[in-house]
Design a protein around this ligand. Structure first.
Ligand code: GTP
Ligand code: MG
Length: 238
C-alpha cells in the first residue's frame, strides 16, 4: 500500500444522510460518464437514496445529486452530475466536464463493448476536463459474475497503460462497493486540497522566517554602523 492510500485509510469519516444540509466546508464536483445502460443513474440512486430501479430510464442531458460526508471535522459535499450516455447527447454532456474535480469512468463488466468504449470516454476527459482531474475506473454490474466479459486483470491493465490509479467493481443493484467509491473520492479530494493548503502554509511560514532573519541581520548591520560612526567622531570638539 502506498503512503497516499495509507493516509486515505486512516482518515476518519462518516456519511451524513441529510443531503440538504446548508453548510459545507468543501464542495467538489464529480461527474459520472460511460455508455448508455452501464448503470450511471442507478449508482447515483444507490448512493443518494439507497434505491434501485429495474427499468432503464434513459437520462436526458444530465441529472444531479449529492453525497455528504464528515471527514475529520469538516463537512465535505460531492455534487454528483449523472450524464447521459447516449451518443446523441455527447455535445451537451461535454459542457459539464468543466470544473469537475473527479470523474467516474464507468462500464458494464458483462458487456465488452462498453469497456471497449472506455478509451474514447477517456479521450473526452483529456480534451474537455481539467488536466488534474481525479479519474476512477468503475466496472459496474459486478453482481452478474456468471455473465462477466471483462476480467479484473484486463481493467487493471487498462489503468496501468493510462495512468489511472483507482479501479473498482461495483453493483448498483446490491450496493456492493458503491458507498466505498464515493466516500473514497470525497476523502481523496479532501486530502489533496488539505495537503495543498498545508504546503502553501509551510511556504508562507518559511518566507516569513526568511524575512524576519533578513530584518534581524539588517538591524545588526545598522547598529554596527552607528557604533562605528560614534567611535570615529572626533572627541572634545567645540
Ligand atoms: N444487475 C444489475 N443491473 C444494473 C446495475 N446497474 C444498473 N442496472 C440496470 O441497468 C439498466 C440501466 O441503468 P441506468 O442506471 O439507467 O443506466 P445509465 O448508465 O444511467 O444509462 P443512460 O442514462 O442511458 O446513460 C437498468 O435497467 C438497471 O436496472 C447493476 O449493478 N446490476
Ligand atoms: Mg442514466
Amino acid at each position: 500500500m502506498n503512503t497516499n492510500e495509507e493516509k486515505l485509510k486512516n482518515i476518519s469519516y462518516s456519511v451524513i444522510k441529510d443531503k440538504n444540509i446548508a453548510h459545507q466546508d468543501f464542495l467538489y464536483k464529480l461527474i459520472i460518464i460511460g455508455d448508455t445502460g452501464v448503470g450511471k443513474s442507478c449508482l447515483l440512486a444507490r448512493i443518494m437514496d439507497n434505491d434501485f430501479k429495474i427499468e432503464h430510464q434513459v437520462t436526458i442531458g444530465v441529472e444531479f445529486g449529492a453525497f455528504v460526508t464528515q471527514i475529520q471535522d469538516k463537512i465535505v459535499k460531492l455534487q454528483i452530475w449523472d450524464t447521459a450516455g447516449q451518443e446523441s447527447f455527447r455535445s451537451i454532456t461535454r459542457i459539464f466536464y468543466r470544473g469537475a474535480h473527479c470523474v467516474f469512468l464507468t462500464y458494464d463488466i458483462t458487456r465488452e463493448e462498453t469497456f471497449n468504449n472506455v478509451g474514447d470516454w477517456l479521450k473526452e476527459v483529456k480534451q474537455h476536463a481539467n488536466p488534474d482531474i481525479l479519474i476512477y475506473l468503475i466496472g459496474n454490474f459486478c453482481d452478474l459474475e456468471d455473465d462477466r466479459e471483462i476480467s479484473r486483470e484486463k481493467a487493471i491493465e487498462f489503468c496501468r497503460e493510462n495512468g489511472i490509479e483507482k479501479f473498482f467493481e461495483t453493483s448498483a443493484k446490491t450496493g456492493d462497493h458503491v458507498e466505498e467509491v464515493f466516500s473514497l473520492a470525497a476523502r481523496e479530494l479532501y486530502l489533496q486540497q488539505k495537503e495543498q493548503a498545508d504546503e502553501e502554509q509551510r511556504e508562507q511560514e518559511e518566507k516569513a522566517k526568511e524575512l524576519a532573519q533578513k530584518q534581524r541581520q539588517e538591524k545588526v548591520k545598522l547598529k554596527a554602523t552607528t557604533t562605528k560612526e560614534k567611535q570615529d567622531k572626533p572627541k572634545g570638539c567645540c
